[in-house]
Design a protein around this ligand. Structure first.
Ligand SMILES: Nc1nc2c(ncn2[C@@H]2O[C@H](COP(=O)(O)OP(=O)(O)O)[C@@H](O)[C@H]2O)c(=O)[nH]1
Ligand SMILES: [Mg+2]
Length: 324
């Protein structure tokens, strides 16, 4: 797609055309040297003001159900909300994906809400790049809250969580052993810990445990933010107000401490790095595939690529870092 066509899509997406936005996101799922400028354009047009909220936790904890509640609460406050649901399952078990869609379908006709599901299958490690690019797109298109759902396993998901402004770790009663089985890294990343399904009797024990985890996460963390623990029931709609309050409080903290700007800049630098890496890998793959080239030809390809990527990184880097 040429620049004019893409700007037309962006214009239509700004005007509320969901299909245009869907097409933009599809381009971002398949970034290469030929369309990297799309990311540059979107990122240099994004305000960096959107709050990127990462929601992680074991499958079944109620992340999707909670997100549905959060969407409603954010919409009531007048925010536009985007959701990137990263589904780790293979295409074989895409039932989970369908489940997410069904739970969130209440919002399907609301123009202030956009939900995108992406599967890890078929991305070959480029999923975090796609997700970070989508974040810039949603920000550029005026979404205030960008929620990313993951189950927190795998390099891609860890990378995306690292890039969030606010990290919510969701657990549920009876998941104690699973919680302990989770990597310590996952346990300590939360800005907010949610004990969902607190309509169940074992919830208070889990709440105690998570309070301990939150304290542990507090140790060695730089800055003054003390992780919060919130009890919710997504099914009954309990504790949602507390959760929204915690999310707001964390944003206030980020803005007040200067952390918000720092995180946005860090996220964009990471995006550039992942994009450059993707282009390097694509090119190497191409060179390997054409292994019957002479050494001289390979060297020429690499030199051309080097100049091209240098120019790209220079341009993108300057715009993004100046703009953030
Ligand atoms: N009892 C109870 N069940 C819940 C609650 N929240 C979600 N569930 C159920 O737990 C299951 C998994 O929920 P889902 O939102 O898909 O979890 P996810 O895998 O973390 O996204 C579904 O059957 C939900 O209806 C809750 O607060 N209480
Ligand atoms: Mg889910």
């Amino acid at each position: 797609m040429d620049v004019g066509g893409f700007l037309g899509l962006v214009e239509r997406a700004r005007g509320g055309d969901r299909r245009a936005l869907g097409r933009i996101l599809t381009f971002l799922e398949d970034l290469s040297v030929s369309n990297a400028w799309m990311v540059e354009y979107l990122a240099s047009n994004s305000s960096g003001k959107a709050q990127v909220i990462g929601i992680t936790g074991i499958p079944g904890a109620g992340k999707s159900s909670l997100i549905s509640r959060l969407i409603k609460a954010f919409r009531d406050k007048g925010y536009r909300v985007a959701v990137i649901a990263i589904d780790p399952t293979s295409p074989l078990s895409s039932g989970a994906l369908l489940g997410d869609r069904l739970r969130m379908q209440d919002h399907a006709t609301d123009p202030g809400v956009f939900i995108r599901s992406v599967t890890t299958a078929g991305f070959e490690g480029g999923l975090s790049l796609a997700a970070l690019a989508m974040i810039e797109a949603f920000d550029a298109l005026g979404y205030d809250k960008i929620i990313v759902e993951t189950v927190g396993v795998g390099q891609d998901e860890t990378t995306v969580m690292d890039a969030a402004d606010t990290i919510i770790v969701v657990t549920m009663p009876g998941a104690g052993d699973d919680v302990q089985a989770l990597k310590a890294g996952v346990l300590e990343i939360g800005d907010i810990y949610v004990v969902n399904k607190s309509d169940k009797p074992e919830a208070s024990k889990t709440y105690e445990y998570m309070s301990f985890v939150a304290e542990k996460g507090d140790i060695g963390r730089e800055g003054a933010w003390r992780p919060l623990v919130v009890k919710t029931s997504a099914v009954l709609g309990m504790g949602i107000r507390d959760l929204v309050e915690a999310v707001d409080k964390h944003l206030e903290y980020l803005v007040g401490s200067g952390d918000k700007a720092a995180r946005t800049a860090k996220r964009r630098k990471l995006l550039i790095k992942l994009l450059a890496k993707k282009i390097v890998l694509d090119t190497l793959k191409k060179v390997y595939e054409e292994h019957d080239q002479s050494v001289g030809e390979v060297a020429k390809t690499l030199k051309g690529f080097y100049e091209e990527s240098l120019e790209l990184v220079r341009l993108a880097g300057r715009k993004l870092i100046e703009g953030s």
